[in-house]
Design a binder for this molecule. Sequence first.
Ligand SMILES: *[C@@H]1O[C@H](CO)[C@@H](O)[C@H](O)[C@H]1NC(C)=O
Length: 312
Amino acid sequence: MDLKNGSVVTEFILLGFSGRWELQVFFFIIFSLIYGATVVGNILIMVTVTCSSTLHSPMYFLLGNLSFLDMCLSTTTTPKMITDLLAEHKTISVWGCMTQMFFMHFFGGAEMTLLILMAFDRYVAICKPLHYRTIMSHRLMNGFVILSWTIGFIHTTSQMVLTVNIPFCDHNVISHIFCDLPLVIKLACVKTYTLELFVIADSGLLSFICFILLLISYTIILVTVHQKSSGSLSKALSTLSAHIIVVTLFFGPCIFIYAWPFSSLASNKILAVFYTVITPLLNPVIYTLRNQKMQGAMRKLWLQHVSSTQNF
Ligand SMILES: *[C@@H]1O[C@H](CO)[C@@H](O)[C@H](O)[C@H]1NC(C)=O
């Protein structure tokens, strides 16, 4: 399927999940359902956080913002992947590919930062409860949200500035479900050794360091809670375990993909499904199914909605 020598590449071929026709249809149905649930679930969380008077606290503001990022992250890759499952020619233009990588790392970088800031929020809430309201002011929250978008933007721009001008010729087959930096760089017809190292440092090391930071901060929180009173440990554990599950599912695959990047293992496709398709759905599931305050707020909004429509 590769092009002839010396020709210039204008579009890439995404191999995606190769397999029998029935299997592709099966994946199509499953991923469509998951994506639909992701969009609905995350919009529900955003609406609940914005409209409900009981959820006006920093943790829920951050959660609402996380939902927004999750939805965006999923949207950069999943719809294209789903339609490709049924398409005969699974192609993507070079610019489409660049755009996809730009937004994926933009939202991904912002989400990583937001997860760290959410850990900080839990640290203040659990270890310094008396100062929580003064420390986590509205101004700081807005600052947090702006900071996460800024870091996402710097993260993606620093990589894409170096990627956008590399020439592609001869090879245009990407054995993956969407465009991602390590695989696209490998197709360049110039030597990209420094760029590869830069991507490992920028994406791989960054996710690794963020993950370690998060683990340390959760350990500090748990140790502090344990020293104060062992009774509150179980309560803190139930709040934190939700965060820890989300963080592990998001960072685990990222670290694996970017720290050992330039091998196109078949397992990379499955890992990529985790952080672009599954994790964005898991956030709403984990935070709503396990959070009674969130459920209560949703119920109340629903009842308000029902009674207001009956009045008309
Ligand atoms: C995102 O965070 C900002 C800043 O605190 C907040 O005002 C806004 O409501 C949040 N967005 C959502 C959808 O929760």
